[in-house]
Design a protein around this ligand. Sequence first.
Ligand SMILES: [Zn+2]
Length: 390
Amino acid sequence: MNTDLFTNRYSVTAVIALLSFILGYLTSRMGKARGAQTPERGEQYYIKGLNYLLSNETDKAIEEFIRVTHLDPDTIEAYLGLGHLYRTKGDFDRAIRLHRSILARPDLNDKERQRILLALGADYKSAGLWERAVSVFKQVLGINPNKIEVYQELAAIYEEERNWQEAFKAQQQYDKRTGSKQKNILAHLQTETGKEAIARGERDKAHKAFKSALSIDPSCLDAALHLGDFYLEEGKAGKAVEIWEGIVTQDAPFAYLAYRRLEKAYFEQNRYDDIAKMLENVVAKNPGNVMARVTLGEYYAKRDMVPEALRHLREALSTQPRSLEARRQISQILVRNHMQEEMEKEYSEAVEVLYAPSEPYTCTRCGLKAKDLSWRCPQCRGWDTFTAQD
Ligand SMILES: [Zn+2]
């Protein structure tokens, strides 16, 4: 499962890694006694191995690297290159055995130790043995707390394990040490912490997590939605309204996720018409906002304001002909009001448009198309990479 994830990056990373191995190998050879025959032959095998690798003949490359380790068992470079090949081939057991065996050598210096541990951690991670990967990566940090890529490895593993709090800490360490500010990720991790706390009934903890998420990234929509939900459940409709009005007014992508919530919260405050006022403002500024049109259509239909409802729903269809929700509501209105002629027209148009299946969400990073919205792409694991389209 994990191998799929890495396959498309395989060739580039493999070549870069192997080039660094070969440089490391040649450099380490230069420090050793010259004139001996075996090292030179080792180099030849190394070059041969690399050539096989470049022509994608991994098995032959492995054979050459094994020869190098036999000729030159003292340098760890050849072993690291070999381990890397086993891992990229998906032979994790063999990679793990190899890295563990060189790790047991008594004469390793800190730098070598780090490199082997990093490789072993990568083996465990690729094999899905997350706890072991974490423990190995932590050993690297024990030697060198500034090994920044380790924090990213740890964050990625904790995310897979849905251990959001630890993922947050690792991401924070990474950001602190690199100076990068990936606020949206930190906010998502806090929001996920809050959602799990809600599921366990730990409401105080959830409240804190959602608030912390918003203080880190005020534009984190998921945090705002859930903090509002929290307030509404606590009977604080006013506070929920305040948060959701912020989202709807800004008309951010996916702000429609707040429409129904806002309508419900207004309702609890006996402000029955405010949702329409709010959304009329939104479409006045952004006439192509399909979800606002659809919500308005439903609102007017419920109040038997047929021309207003149809106007908004048809506007929605002119932007997004595939909007199922708009089609459904139009059909209901036409049937309910016995508008026979328009019904026939709508029917033939709808069949035409809706015939092909659709995946409206696309990941801007890896191109994945999906039926449902995810804050974190299930394929490339990027946060906030989805856009909506027809
Ligand atoms: Zn993606």
